[in-house]
Design a protein around this ligand. Structure first.
Ligand code: PAF
Length: 281
């Protein structure tokens, strides 16, 4: 496995692979990799001849008061995980390599970003779409892998690929959880031991919502209301949102039917954590 920092180096290697008729998978990440990312890399290694993992903390997807500076970084550990999981390249560009002086071209989707996380993170998805579009053009993968934990991001990337005709299959992969249910996230590192214990309430809320649906409940407000009640009973938790939307449009729904996403963002001290479940009803 090699770590490449330049766009041209990645392009040259991928061209070589394509000449040999090899397929290429891309796993876009911001590094500080955990078992969630590893599951995406594993899937890519299974489904493609070669796998590229990008490790890039993308400055343009962070708002002015967000955690760009403090976002955890550990390239050495990331390289070990990628190598042992079978990746072939880590693409780890500097911000100037991705955003040269005078950069002014962005992918600015309407609709889907104006919901859930997009409401409190207004520039986030413009930054995500722009960097992912660039990575798609640089790596030209056959398939690209995204976690379902970032469900709104997954829906937005799927829509972008459709709208802009990227010839890439998007593979969504299930949420990977700690033994007690907390969804794996690079941001879990921000939690104090007390907050870490309290954060289990998120996966409990997910379970509660899933159980209510399994028992036949379809009233979105009722389901979300019970989930909020459970989370609010945890003194260290501050709810940003708990919502039920259509997974393809991100529009709020009153009845749980069709392709349903029930998503939440909750703050525990410095950490803003997300979790969700998807149901086909
Ligand atoms: O999910 C992430 O880690 C990031 O949003 C992504 C897709 C790598 C774009 O920077």
């Amino acid at each position: 496995m090699v770590i490449l920092k330049k766009i041209d180096e990645v392009r040259a290697q991928v061209k070589e692979w394509k000449k040999q008729g090899l397929t290429v998978g891309l796993v876009p990440t911001m590094g500080y990799l955990h078992e969630g990312h590893q599951s995406l890399i594993k899937k890519s290694v299974e489904q493609n001849d070669r796998t590229v993992v990008s490790v890039f903390v993308n400055p343009i997807q962070f708002g002015p008061n967000e955690d760009l500076e403090s976002y955890p970084r550990d390239l050495e550990a990331d390289a070990k995980l990628c190598e042992s999981t079978g990746a072939d390249i880590i693409f780890n560009p500097e911000p100037e390599e991705m955003y040269a002086d005078g950069f002014v071209s962005f992918i600015n989707m309407t609709g889907l970003p104006n919901a859930l996380c997009g409401l409190t993170r207004p520039i986030h998805f413009k930054g995500v779409c722009t960097v992912v579009g660039k990575l798609f053009n640089i790596v030209t993968p056959d398939r690209a892998y995204f976690g379902q934990k970032d469900a709104q991001q997954l829906a937005i990337i799927m829509r972008m690929v459709k709208d802009l005709n990227f010839d890439i299959e998007i593979v969504g992969c299930p949420i990977i959880r700690e033994a007690d249910g907390l969804a794996k996230s690079s941001r879990n590192i921000y939690l104090t031991p007390e907050e870490r214990k309290a954060a289990v309430v998120l996966s409990k809320a997910v379970k509660l919502g899933q159980d209510m649906i399994a028992d036949g409940e379809r009233d979105a407000a009722k389901i979300v209301g019970e989930m909020k009640k459970l989370i609010s009973a945890e003194p260290l938790a501050t709810i940003d949102y708990v919502e039920m939307v259509n997974m393809d449009t991100m529009q709020s729904i009153e009845k749980a039917e069709g392709h349903v996403l029930c998503a939440m963002a909750v703050k525990f001290g410095k950490a803003r954590l997300i979790d969700n479940f998807i149901a086909e009803l």
